[in-house]
Design a protein around this ligand. Sequence first.
Ligand SMILES: C[S@@+](CC[C@H](N)C(=O)[O-])C[C@H]1O[C@@H](n2cnc3c(N)ncnc32)[C@H](O)[C@@H]1O
Length: 285
Amino acid sequence: MNTSLSSQEFQLFQRYIEEQCGIRILNEKAYLIESRLSKFLIQFGLDSFEELYWLLSQQSQKNLAEKIIDAMTTNETLWFREQTPWKIMEQKLLPEYIQALRQESCDKIRIWSAACASGQEPYSIAMCLDHYLVEHHIQDITLDHFEILATDISHTVLRMAKMGKYDNISMARGLSKEYRDRYFEQKGRIWTLDKHIKERVQFKQFNLQESFLFLGKFDLIFFRYVAIYFSDLFRTEVVHKITAALKDKGVLIWGNSEVFLNYQDDYEAENYDSANFYRLRSGDA
Ligand SMILES: C[S@@+](CC[C@H](N)C(=O)[O-])C[C@H]1O[C@@H](n2cnc3c(N)ncnc32)[C@H](O)[C@@H]1O
């Protein structure tokens, strides 16, 4: 068996992965293809990556295609990743949303976690909402006024996310003791998320290459640490689709270390605690 990747094989997989999910594997990261896909050579008794590519091109291999894309995604995530989005939510956006709901200028606030990995991001959103309502003694507005959609291309991480169960190691990453004790129940090494938070999040397998039209419009989109893996062309295409999926004055949040280029025509950057969030300019501006 030849498990090392030739440059021709690298190019075949590089193109395939970019076509399937927009992820661009740079030449210097060729080792990612070798390290993440060589298990399939063993599993299918294949002699080379070229054979794997040939198998992949067979119509009947839809499952294999899913597994390959799954293996090539980077699913790193944590609870309440970075402090600013949660401060922005609590101090800027939630007061606005509550006012809008009270004035009946909308009947639901729709939030989308557009690359949710194993669920920490959308569940952090749901906990943040609940915590805010409880701490501010708000009773006329409830979690029912918020809809949280969480999508990802990877079937594996979505299965984990939907379970709402996490081990000690994931729990230790970003979750305060207060939130852990308030929203999780522990049995041995496994922590189970409270049902009323879990039920708030609707998970769906979704490739950002698909049309966004049937998803409807959102007040707030978390688009964090996924565009960094995309080709420039695909990143631009997804941003256009996201812009069209935001309601008037809707807000887009990127990861703090990501750079959002050429946003000025469509968005106003608002700075908060040295991080930016981006508000769609009003249609009639
Ligand atoms: C690094 S995680 C980011 C998770 C979360 N947003 C955060 O910041 O913690 C990136 C996620 O993007 C997903 N992803 C990659 N390409 C995608 C695509 N074309 N469509 C949808 N999700 C994709 C991966 O499966 C992975 O779970």
